[in-house]
Design a protein around this ligand. Structure first.
Ligand SMILES: NC(=O)c1ccc[n+]([C@@H]2O[C@H](COP(=O)([O-])OP(=O)(O)OC[C@H]3O[C@@H](n4cnc5c(N)ncnc54)[C@H](OP(=O)(O)O)[C@@H]3O)[C@@H](O)[C@H]2O)c1
Length: 429
């Protein structure tokens, strides 16, 4: 049977991994799906750069790749949201299925791109955009398709998980853990997308699209990264029986409302997610029929990402050969909205810095009580000896707006010495 022609737009870390892994994967795709793939055109920014294993001479003009008549599937591996959107639109206009690993494109420009693809009936495959080698989108799209999803949470940024693992295991502060991550190639020179939680939020938005047919408006997704996390909070969390992870949460809250957010979050140290260390990713979800399901694996890197891209390419090629329309993009979430941030209900960790004097604990407990916020644990470490001491509360479930009111009241007290540190707590029960 004739091979299916692939056009690669972008051939950097991920693209060169795909090129390297294609020959061996082709044998398996042929055996298992009855399809073969052939790279027939490649666009890169700098075609003069020496590259290994490329079967064709690359060009700088990506439009010539998309319009090349021997290219049947376009693979976008540029990154970013501007030129990649043009590539995606050009593929859709040409009626060629698009395969992409670009989470920023889908999360930030999906609202523009997806309706175009739906109207033109051109499938978009994006397994590689979330959690690298973990086939979580396929699981949502296929294996769990008959479930109502009661909630989903994930450690979906390997760079942050590596940094948090170093902080927990070695007591390092954030900057030295970040430096280590950069030296090992786990963090980019420009660390903002990873460390500030934006990359995880892109993936959370895509998970929400798959789970609820609703792509949240990206600027409204609450995102907090790990840049301001202190070694002290990691240590206090451990003393309370928790680990801190950058956690993405996607869950329905009442009719036609979902909560999507990314934040450093305390999770029980005994939960399997707390044992996901280093650059590994994990996604947990609860289906009404399946019950809890958890996936763990490599979330990035050329090989793990190739695994997802090649699976998508195999599926796309199969649909082309069968002349079937390919997977339908998720829908059905037209009436869904994000909840207002103040309406979020959850448990919280709050660390105050207060004057070391009798009666402080009672005063603060009284303020929480006035807002009907229960306290589950208090940690008041000894030996600080200074005028100011940390006082840590682990709270029962509370509405975020009530918590903010209580914190504002504590901060007005003369005994308060510094802004409070607030972290989310998820029991993942
Ligand atoms: N890295 C990972 O582990 C990983 C994992 C999952 C998903 N992703 C996603 O995969 C995508 C690619 O990531 P990457 O790490 O492979 O990026 P990368 O190493 O920076 O590669 C980008 C590629 O795009 C080419 N390029 C840039 N602008 C171009 C233009 N105007 N015309 C033609 N080619 C152009 C570059 O050409 P030159 O080679 O000449 O510079 C390079 O080959 C991103 O969306 C990323 O978020 C990455």
């Amino acid at each position: 049977m004739d091979k299916v022609g692939i056009g690669l737009v972008g051939c950097g870390t991920v693209g060169s991994g795909l090129v390297r892994n294609l020959p061996e994967a082709n044998r398996l795709l042929q055996q298992r799906l009855g399809v073969g793939l052939e790279i027939r055109a490649v666009a890169v920014r700098n075609p003069a750069k020496k590259r290994e294993n490329l079967p064709v001479q690359p060009v700088a003009d990506w439009r010539s790749v998309v319009s090349n008549p021997s290219v049947q599937i376009v693979v976008e591996l540029l990154g970013g949201t501007t030129e990649s959107l043009e590539v995606a639109k050009a593929a859709v206009a040409a009626g060629k299925p698009l395969v992409t690993a670009n989470k920023a494109l889908l999360a930030e420009r999906g609202a523009e791109l997806i309706p175009l693809a739906q109207k033109a009936r051109v499938p978009i495959y994006f397994e590689a955009s979330v959690a690298g080698g973990i086939p979580v989108l396929k699981a949502l799209r296929e294996g769990l398709v008959a479930n109502q999803l009661l909630g989903l949470h994930g450690i979906i940024n390997g760079t942050c998980n590596y940094i948090l693992s170093r902080m927990a295991e070695e007591g390092s502060d954030f900057s030295s853990a970040l430096q280590q991550a950069k030296e090992l190639g786990y963090a980019e020179a420009d660390d903002r997308l990873d460390v500030d939680g934006i990359d995880a939020a892109h993936k959370a938005a895509i998970l929400c699209l798959l789970a609820y047919g609703f792509l949240p408006p990206f600027p409204k997704v609450p995102v907090e990264g790990i840049r301001n996390l202190s070694a002290q909070d990691v240590s206090f969390a451990r003393q309370l029986g928790y680990a801190i992870k950058l956690l993405a949460v996607v869950r329905p809250v009442g009719p036609e409302r979902v909560e999507v957010r990314v934040s450093p979050t305390l999770i029980p140290a005994r939960h399997p997610m707390a044992s996901v260390h280093g650059v590994f990713n994990a996604v947990g979800l609860v289906g009404n029929l399946s019950g809890p399901v958890q996936f763990t694996g490599r979330g990035a890197g050329p090989d793990a990402t190739s695994s997802a891209l090649l699976a998508d390419l195999g599926e796309a090629a199969r649909h082309l050969q069968d002349k079937s329309p390919g997977p339908v993009l998720p829908s059905g979430g037209e009436k869904i909205r994000l909840i207002e941030p103040g309406d979020s209900v959850g448990r919280f960790y709050v660390r105050f810095e207060v004057r070391d004097q009798p009666g402080v604990l009672a005063q603060i407990a009284g303020i929480f009580g006035a807002e009907k916020i229960g306290i589950s644990s208090v940690l008041q470490p000894e030996g600080h000896g200074a005028d100011s001491v940390p006082l840590v509360f682990l709270l029962e479930a509370a509405r975020e707006s009530a918590l903010q009111k209580a914190i504002a009241a504590v901060q007005k007290l003369a005994l308060n010495r510094a802004p409070a540190r607030v972290l989310r707590v998820e029991d993942l029960a």
